[in-house]
Structure formats: structure tokens, C-alpha cells
Design a protein around this ligand. Structure first.
Ligand SMILES: *[C@@H]1O[C@H](CO)[C@@H](O)[C@H](O)[C@H]1NC(C)=O
Length: 441
């Protein structure tokens, strides 16, 4: 959250946005009520066979152009809390084999996605300390980096090549099976990876880490010995970020390391080329700002960015007043003066959580409305969002279908759409991990 009085644009948003503590409490209250209602009980959900999407349904799930290829419940992946969160993927370069790291409140489960899309559970890495609703993982090279909102958790570094020879599921040791554990911070909310630069940015770290929850930079060039590389705290708490080697239209920054930070009430663009003295290029608020959560570059030319606000739907704020999932479009052709150019609204009522753009499609994990695939290729010719089109979806949370969807923190947490096979991983909070396939291409 901003504190500088000079950031006038951000100021009006500041008044409206809710701090992390409020958002966090809303979710904890909901999830504990759900838990009491038996939502995370053992055997609550059935195992599920492959089901094609026909006439808008794949079994109990509403869908369009997305097939259910396979599914594993959280309980089938060794979790005793049976609650999911983040997910990421890893492809073993030499063999092309594809794997998923599936976040759960009590650890990280590993699965292989076979060529036919079937899932094999390989084992799990338990939480380093306590369980937490928030566990986040990203992959660089052959290693996965895992943080959690658990005190003293730090960053687990796990060598994914250990999965290549597994024949019986295995619970890995949080001591002898780790490649390293970085303890420069304890709890963290999210892990951001800049693969090309071997940098991990932990965000939302605790007070003791001394970085105000901003970009806590960890150099993982040598995964066995991660080192602290710097801290970007000027914008305060960062909820999530995307970091790139910049190749966009603002030639003042060509080849600089630029991060797009989703900072609770603003989009902050920062130059982190010099890790010891990073620079804020801009901090921009917008109408409707309630909790600036996450986003991703929309086009290969790095001219536009998509941003999701996690609380505008529930709070009926700005363009999201009708509670349809709202994606903001930002023209970032000037990194020092980004402009909000429009919004795209999903036909579904739901909160947005995480989205990743791949080949012109935004794969959105929109809580209660599940995976939403939006064709955003028109952004370069029409940045208003009016030409965006939903081309597929898979609603992994049927419980709210009878009321036409709800703006609630239920359903899916995140999605991984980058496998060469086209298999998409969708992690559901309640059910488990889905392998999906988009058939509309
Ligand atoms: C990261 O660590 C490597 C050595 O492991 C070093 O050569 C490099 O300069 C470091 N980069 C930064 C940005 O600290």
C-alpha cells in the first residue's frame, strides 16, 4: 500500500482499497465455515473419469470447449487437510515429460501428467513448519521454489529430477530431500519467478524480513545456495508480480529487468536491473480499485497488460458493480505513464484470482466460475476490451451453479497453461487437481 503523498493518482484508490488483513480475514472466515459444513471432509468428492464436454456439460461440470481429461482428489495426493491452493508445472527438457507441483495447505503434492493426460501421484513435500491456506510455488530450471504463509517457513528448494525415477509415491523429507532452504524470510504470500535471470522474488513477506512485504529478491543461480540479492520496498506490500527482460515499446528501458507489481491499490512498474537500488517508474491507481491482486502481460510486444482486482466484484465497486468477473486492460507503452484503457467482463459472476496469458489466450482461474479462457489477441487493435471473447471454460465448482454463480472465494485457486502437450492444470480449493484440454483452437 502506498504511503507517499506525492502519488496523487494512488491516493483516491488508497482510501477505497482494503488492506491485506481484511481480505485475509474474509477468506479465513469463509473457509472455516466451509470446513464446519464438511466441504473438506474425506470422501466428500468422488473420483472422476475422463469426460468430454458435450452440450455444455462434462459430468456435473458446466463447460465449453474444454474437456475433463483426468482428476485426482486432494486426499489421493496425500493431503490430510484436503485443501488446495496454488499450482505450477515443470517439463523435463530432455524427455519432454510433464509434471505438476500442486499446492495444498499442508504441503506440495507432485504429479506426472502422462502423454494421454492421465495423472500419476508421485509423492509430496510437507510444509516446512505449519499448515497455511497460502502456499505458492514457481519453477526455474529443474527446481521448484515453495513459500507459504506459515511462520518460519522460508523458501523450500526441491530438485524436481527426483521425480523422474519414482515408482511408488513417496513423502519427501523436509530436511534431507531439500536441495536448500532459504531462511532470509519466514512466511511469504506469493513466489514470483524470473526464469531468464534465475531470480525468485518472494512477496508479502513478514515484518521480520525487513522488506515491507515488497520484492524480496533471492538469487537462485546456484539452487543449492540461494542468496539475498536485494529488496524493493518503496511501494510497500506487493501481492504478486510479473518480471521480464523488457523488450516493449518504451525504448528507454530496453533489456532492463522490469517488474509489474500488483500492489493492493495500484499497478507499480519498477526497474530492478540494479538489485541493490531498484527504481519505481510509476504507481498507478484506477477506478474500482479494491484489491489489486495479479496480472500478466497481454501481448508478446509488451504493450498491454491485464490486471485483476480480487475484491471489486464482491464489493460491487467501479466497473465490477454487477459482480461479473472484471479484467482491467492497461496500456503500458510508457512504463512511466501507464493508462487504463478498458475492461473485459466475463459472462459469469465470480471473483478473479490468477490469470496467465499464453499465445493470445488468457487462462483465468476465476474462483467459483472455474477456468475461463479468453481470447485477448484483439488487445493491440482494440484496447477497450470490447473485442475480447470467451472461447472456452470449465466450471470446477458446481455448488453455485443453481444461483448463477457467486462472488465468493470458492472453487479454483490457480491454473498452469504452459505445457507443450496442451494439458492444462487447474487446482481447485475443495476438490483436487484437474487436467483439462482446450478443444476450441
Ligand atoms: C547471482 O549469483 C551469481 C553466482 O551464483 C552471481 O554471479 C550473480 O552476479 C548474482 N546476481 C545478482 C543479481 O546478484
Amino acid at each position: 500500500m502506498k504511503t507517499s503523498a506525492t502519488l496523487l493518482m494512488a491516493m483516491s484508490a488508497l482510501v477505497a482499497a482494503e488492506p491485506m488483513s481484511v481480505l485475509r480475514q474474509k477468506k479465513l472466515d469463509l473457509w472455516s465455515a466451509q470446513s464446519e459444513a464438511g466441504v473438506f471432509d474425506i470422501n466428500r468428492y468422488a473420483a472422476q473419469a475422463a469426460t468430454s464436454c458435450v452440450n455444455g456439460k462434462a459430468g456435473e461440470y458446466q463447460c465449453k470447449n474444454v474437456d475433463l481429461v483426468s482428476f485426482l482428489r486432494h486426499q489421493d495426493m496425500g493431503s490430510s487437510t484436503r485443501r488446495g491452493n496454488d499450482v505450477w508445472g515443470w517439463t523435463h527438457a530432455a524427455s519432454g515429460r510433464e509434471f505438476g507441483a500442486v499446492g495444498q495447505t499442508d504441503g506440495t503434492a507432485f504429479v506426472e501428467i502422462k502423454a494421454d493426460g492421465s495423472l500419476v501421484y508421485l509423492g509430496r513435500l510437507p510444509t516446512q513448519t505449519t499448515s497455511s491456506s497460502w502456499r505458492d510455488m514457481k519453477v526455474i530450471g529443474n527446481h521448484v521454489y515453495i513459500g507459504a504463509e506459515s511462520s518460519n517457513h522460508g523458501l523450500q528448494v526441491f530438485d524436481l529430477t527426483k521425480l523422474l525415477t519414482i515408482t511408488t509415491p513417496r513423502t519427501f523429507s523436509i530436511t534431507s530431500d531439500l536441495k536448500a532452504r532459504f531462511t532470509g524470510f519466514g512466511n511469504s504470500h506469493n513466489i514470483v519467478a524470473h526464469e531468464e535471470k534465475n531470480m525468485i522474488y518472494a512477496v508479502g513477506t513478514g515484518t521480520a524480513a525487513g522488506c515491507r512485504g515488497g520484492l524480496f529478491m533471492v538469487n537462485v543461480t546456484n539452487p543449492a545456495a540461494p542468496t539475498s540479492a536485494g529488496c524493493m520496498s518503496a511501494g510497500g506490500y506487493v501481492h504478486d508480480a510479473q518480471c521480464v527482460v523488457y523488450k516493449g515499446p518504451d525504448t528507454r528501458y530496453t533489456n532492463k529487468e522490469i517488474c509489474f507489481n500488483f500492489n493492493e491499490d495500484t499497478l507499480d512498474i519498477v526497474d530492478v536491473t540494479n538489485k541493490r537500488s531498484p527504481v519505481t517508474l510509476s504507481s498507478t491507481g484506477y477506478t474500482g480499485s479494491s484489491y489489486t491482486h495479479q496480472g500478466w502481460l497481454a501481448d508478446a510486444g509488451m504493450r498491454y497488460l491485464l490486471l485483476d482486482d480480487e475484491l471489486d466484484e464482491q464489493n460491487r465497486k467501479g466497473p465490477a458493480a454487477n459482480q461479473k468477473t472484471t479484467t482491467y486492460i492497461v496500456d503500458i507503452s510508457s512504463l512511466t505513464a501507464p493508462k487504463f484503457t478498458g475492461t473485459y467482463q466475463s459472462p459469469a459472476t465470480a471473483i478473479d484470482h490468477n490469470q496467465y496469458v499464453h499465445n493470445g489466450l488468457s487462462y483465468q482461474a476465476n474462483y467459483g466460475s472455474g477456468l475461463r479462457i479468453v481470447d485477448v489477441r484483439s488487445v493491440t487493435t482494440d484496447p477497450t476490451g470490447k473485442s475480447f471473447k470467451e472461447v472456452g471454460f470449465f466450471d470446477c465448482y458446481p455448488e453455485d451453479d443453481s444461483v448463477g454463480g457467486r462472488a465468493e472465494f470458492t472453487g479454483t485457486w490457480s491454473v498452469y497453461p504452459y505445457f507443450k502437450s496442451g494439458h492444462i492444470l487447474l487446482n481447485s480449493i475443495e476438490r483436487g487437481i484437474f487436467v483439462l484440454k482446450y478443444t476450441g483452437a
